[in-house]
Design a protein around this ligand. Structure first.
Ligand code: T5A
Length: 209
């Protein structure tokens, strides 16, 4: 059976994930591959409803454990109803964020252990992992500048957390990449979108049929 390939794109706020995913999908399409672009939290009707619960409201709306459980629940639905069925049809799936966001944001940055996040993922999604994960790495100041230009200072419940939180997120992503070099690659997200796109493509080229 021909199987698609699952790629996740990770990184801090405004690192350029959506921009790069659109460019990557076009490039994969030019190789004759069918591509499904999706996102987390979200990607299915149920998971999009959970997204509203997670990203709306005040910072104290959920405690760390409840937040991690909601992300895991959304992911469970996303994997079962969208990601796995697409892969089974031979479609390449690119997800804007996946498990490593939970490890970086709810794990390292909100103080839950990595083992706890992985346990939730084992229960919710059978521990299902992407074949390749790209972390778009951008210094905090650049990331703030990009989101400010785009959103004029508005941010959601999680994006609005302070710089210390977002620095922990960045450090956590880099630590994941160091621990899992076979699956996870870091791409410098500075420079033009085209330059970043070239660096990113070089990190997935070996997956092409
Ligand atoms: N979350 C998510 C968790 O806490 N745990 C989890 O398990 C999961 C799955 C999701 C939030 O949920 C959290 C993380 C997040 O806080 P979201 O709305 O999906 O929130 O937002 P983000 O994922 O943070 O993504 P953004 O939309 O903010 O940013 P992107 O997609 O990284 O960046 P993009 O492409 O929109 O670019 C940002 C701006 O920069 C420009 C773009 O045009 C845009 O204006 N840009 C560049 N400018 C200069 N040079 C480049 N190379 C550029 N590339 C893009």
């Amino acid at each position: 059976m021909i199987m698609g390939c699952f790629i996740s794109i990770e990184g801090g706020e405004g690192a350029g994930k959506s921009t790069q995913i659109r460019m990557l999908a076009e490039r994969l399409g030019a190789h004759g591959l069918a591509v499904d672009i999706t996102r987390e939290p979200g990607g299915t009707e149920g998971a999009e409803a959970i997204r509203g619960l997670l990203l709306g409201g005040g910072d104290d709306r959920w405690g760390a454990e409840a937040e991690a459980l909601l992300f895991a629940a959304a992911r469970s639905d996303h994997v079962a109803k969208r990601i796995k069925p697409a892969l089974a049809k031979g479609i390449w799936v690119i997800s804007d964020r996946y498990l490593d966001s939970s490890r970086a944001y709810q794990g390292a940055s909100l103080g839950l252990s990595d083992a706890a996040i992985m346990q939730l993922h084992a229960i919710g999604s059978g521990g299902f992992l992407p074949e390749r994960t790209i972390i778009l790495d951008l210094p905090l100041a650049d990331s703030r500048e990009r989101t400010k230009q785009r959103d004029g200072g508005e941010s959601d419940r999680i994006g609005g957390r302070d710089d210390a939180f977002h620095q922990r997120v960045r450090d956590a992503f880099l630590a994941i990449a160091e621990a899992e070099p076979h699956r996870v690659r870091v791409v410098d997200a500075r420079g033009t979108a085209e330059d970043v796109g070239e660096r990113l493509f070089a990190q997935i080229a070996d997956l092409l049929p």
